[in-house]
Design a protein around this ligand. Structure first.
Ligand code: NAD
Length: 473
């Protein structure tokens, strides 16, 4: 893995470094150069300069360059996926799927930016009243380790398609994927400084970048506490924010649902990326009449999961991405059991090198146990029974988060009750599918502000300018 900073078109390696750990072996796989404060100043200055060049580039040329970057990424999918598995742990097939998906997301945004239409509004005879959309300007973006391609690309694709330049700090734990992606943009012909990739101490880097007057917008994916911190820093300077934060997605399985199908779909979604997904189903509320067959099928599906090194053939779930997650899983399980929960499956880290934690199923979990209130962000499934749908919805909506929610029912009337009743930004009924390029994703309540994907994903990086032009002569 060749790691480097990318600032003003230049690749920089001769800096102090941080080791990058393979979570499947706990071995050092690379050394990541860290940006100095002077590097960050240079990245901001470059982004400010390139902002003018890039927004002034004809849209057809911008689209062509971005589509070329997507083509390059697809042609390198195997290499990028391997880097991702080495640094993050997910199975190779999942990593490859993520790379191909983000190339698709980039294509979608690049094409969509061609439709950033303004409008002409009927007005007085001697006046042309119009509304135009323009790039907001240089963006500072911060992305986490769970989707090493997905999170950075959402921001790169949205910002660059809108005509903005960007300084992005990807995760220090999964930098190799971001480096590969930025290489594709640079080689596709993006002007120097339009994309700058930096790494460092997250708190210092974000403080310096957000404070820089040239930075006009802040985009972050990560935990709610960090999101609040960064939104506060941006708010003090009146900079708009895009915040994709955590959730704790409820799954309600209604009395008329097919418990076997619901369990299979929910388990597949639960253990994808070892549960380290902000929209991962994480609180399972099952009607008491279906609880036993749902639990049996869900547990059987969990037992079929093959935990191992993501590079090994046959692995369907890799390790957790870092040691912090392993500790968090153990604490959540211990707390649930202390509060009276029954451990049906898993519950303890695997006795081997690597941050492996098995699929874990808990039942009889009281509402006040931590795992019912805090996003596990790992392969833990608390499954509880309910008798009354209104009570299930009350539990689903009882947390200060609202990102994703899932419902299973055969009744369109009940489905509509769930759709209007769930307090969440992303709903799936009768399946637990992931995000798609053509539709927006994002949360309500403390799960964030703004949307990524769909037309909203590019609009987020545009400002609206009202122009009233009184015609001369
Ligand atoms: P964390 O809050 O320490 O970090 C989350 C991410 O934010 C990391 O990528 C980190 O490098 C970055 N970060 C931390 N402090 C920052 C700062 N001051 N400025 C800029 N970036 C900063 O948590 P963690 O231990 O990495 O993950 C734990 C929790 O984070 C999970 O339980 C989950 O709730 C949440 N998380 C959410 C997402 C998501 O997709 N929404 C992704 C990763 C983690």
């Amino acid at each position: 893995m060749d790691l480097a900073l990318h600032i003003d078109g230049e690749w920089i390696t001769d800096r102090d470094t941080l080791p990058v750990i393979n979570p499947a072996t706990e071995e050092v796989v690379a050394h990541l150069p860290l940006a100095t404060p002077a590097d960050l100043d240079r990245a901001v200055a470059a982004a400010a300069r390139a902002s003018h060049t890039w927004r002034g580039t004809p849209i057809a040329d911008r689209t062509r360059i971005l589509l070329k970057a997507a083509d390059l990424l697809v042609s390198r999918a195997d290499r990028v996926a391997r880097a991702m598995t080495l640094e993050q742990g997910k199975p190779l097939a999942e990593a490859r799927g993520e790379v191909l998906r983000v190339a698709g997301a980039l294509r979608w945004d690049a094409e969509d930016a061609r439709r950033a239409y303004g409008r002409i509004i009927p007005s007085a005879a001697d006046t042309v009243l119009s509304v135009r959309h323009e790039p907001v300007g240089p963006v500072a973006a911060f992305t986490p380790w769970n989707f090493p391609a997905g999170s950075p690309m959402r921001k790169l694709a949205g910002a660059l398609s809108a005509g903005c330049s960007i300084v992005i700090k990807a995760s220090e734990e999964t930098p190799g994927t971001a480096v590969e992606i930025v290489r594709c943009f640079a080689e596709a012909g993006l002007p120097a400084g339009a994309v700058n990739l930096v790494f460092g101490d997250p708190a210092s880097v974000s403080r310096q970048l957000i404070a820089a007057p040239q930075i006009r917008m802040v985009a972050f994916t990560g935990s709610i506490p960090v999101g609040k911190l960064l939104a506060g820093q941006a708010g003090n300077r009146m900079k708009p924010c895009l915040m994709e934060l955590g959730g704790h997605a409820p799954v309600i399985v209604c009395a008329d649902a097919d418990p076997v199908q619901a369990a299979r779909k929910a388990a597949a979604a639960k253990f994808a990326n070892a549960g380290q997904v902000c929209t991962s189903p994480s609180r399972f509320l099952v009607h008491e009449s279906l609880w036993a067959p749902f639990l049996a099928e869900f547990t059987a599906a969990a037992e079929r999961v093959v935990v191992g090194n993501g590079l090994a053939t046959g692995t369907t779930m890799g390790p957790l991405a870092n040691a912090r997650r392993l500790e968090a899983m153990t604490e959540l399980v211990d707390d649930a059991v202390e509060h009276g929960a029954k451990l049906v499956l898993g519950g303890e880290r695997l006795d081997r090198p690597g941050y492996f934690f098995p699929p874990t199923v808990l039942t009889d979990v009281p509402e006040h146990a931590r795992v019912m209130r805090e996003e596990p962000f790992g392969p833990i499934a608390p499954i509880v029974a309910f008798t009354d749908l209104d009570d299930a919805l009350r539990i689903a909506n009882s947390l200060p988060y609202g990102l994703a929610a899932y419902g299973f029912t055969r009744s369109s009337k009940t489905a509509e009750k769930l759709i209007t009743g769930f307090e969440a930004g992303i709903l799936s009924i009768n399946h637990c599918g992931g995000s798609v390029h053509e539709a927006p994703s994002g949360g309500v309540k403390q799960s964030g502000w703004g949307r990524e994907g769909g037309p909203e994903g590019v609009e987020a990086y545009l400002i609206t300018k009202r122009v009233s032009h009184l015609l001369a002569d």
